[in-house]
Design a protein around this ligand. Structure first.
Ligand SMILES: [Fe+2]
Length: 314
């Protein structure tokens, strides 16, 4: 089946203690490992692999790399060949380079983001187990996020110089990693510029998204919640914990997600969202948003483009 889903994100954080508290108490994650280098590894209750988030102490915020899981180890060899034939350099990181993870195939997306693929990560099970499970575990903390769902990456887009890393990444993901395009934003003369793209390998509207901006970076990592009520309650949890909320609960036109955006203590943007949107299938017609409706695409209710939403990122 090739690429299955997002496996983990590695964020840089400027103060480890407050970052761990944030992801444990606000998102509801659990620390599953700490290494000698000072990295902290966390998982959500509904995830079965050992971790989906790695926090690395640093003097600045941002993302060092993100990884997707493939179904079979042999697919790493096939994909390595395909990526190299496409013209990108790759590297195999031996098993154990990251704790509890098998060998990883590493490469840079056309946008410059460090992406990795792996097939094996230690299985620890969900917190409700897999034999006669309850629908949720006792002692859920904070928002009680189910799983790390997707990431949105900012990619350099400069129509004047003809640089469009959104389009470059999208083409690569579709042609080499067999991702499918669910939605896109087109802009410019004759709608000729692909300014944003949402892509999937699961059956949800996006596992990764690219949005054009002045430079490459991380826009947000996002965690799944069950319902609109859970999104509202996540807002309460954030207010109780004095978390800086970026965008109060609302709905996206794009992907139909119900969402709240906020920042971790280092300024990395997080999202918790609900609503699986629609059944994303390879043969589903691509949804296209034009510049005049972009406001509704991003924030469906107000239709207002919030300037900081696309200009502030790590
Ligand atoms: Fe998102």
């Amino acid at each position: 089946m090739g690429v299955m889903r997002i496996g983990h994100a590695n964020l840089r954080v400027m103060e480890l203690g407050s970052a761990v508290k944030h992801y444990e108490n606000v998102l509801g994650m659990t620390t599953t490992h700490r290494d000698a280098a000072g990295n902290v590894y966390l998982k959500c209750w509904d995830e079965w692999d050992k971790y989906s988030l790695v926090l690395t102490p640093s003097d600045r915020a941002g993302m060092t790399h993100f990884a997707f899981k493939v179904e079979h180890d042999a697919e790493l060899d096939t994909l390595k060949k395909r990526i190299e034939e496409y013209g990108l350099k790759t590297e195999i990181l031996p098993a154990g380079t990251m704790p509890a993870v098998g060998r990883m195939l590493r490469f840079k997306l056309p946008s410059g983001h460090d992406m990795r693929l792996y097939a094996q990560k230690d299985l620890v099970g969900t917190e409700v187990g897999s034999r006669n499970p309850d629908p949720w575990p006792n002692g859920l903390r904070g928002a009680g996020a189910h799983w790390l769902d997707h990431t949105l990456l900012m990619c350099e887009l400069n129509p004047e110089t003809g640089v469009n890393r959104v389009a470059d990444n999208t083409k690569f993901m579709q042609e080499v990693l067999d991702f499918y395009l669910s939605e896109q934003v087109v802009a410019g003369p004759g709608n000729s510029i692909q300014a944003a793209a949402w892509l999937f390998r699961t059956s949800t509207p996006h596992d990764i998204a690219f949005v054009g901006g002045p430079r490459a970076g991380l826009h947000h990592i996002s965690f799944f919640l069950d319902s609109w009520h859970d999104v509202l309650k996540a807002g309460d949890v954030m207010a109780k914990n004095k978390v800086r909320i970026d965008v109060a609960p609302t709905r996206h036109g794009i992907t139909r997600g119900e969402t709240i955006y906020f920042f971790d203590p280092s300024g990395n943007r997080n999202e918790t969202f609900s609503g699986l949107g629609y059944l994303a299938q390879p043969d589903r017609p691509v949804t296209t948003w034009t510049e005049d409706s972009l406001g509704r695409g991003i924030f469906y209710h107000t239709g207002d483009l919030v300037e900081s939403f696309t200009s502030v990122y790590t």
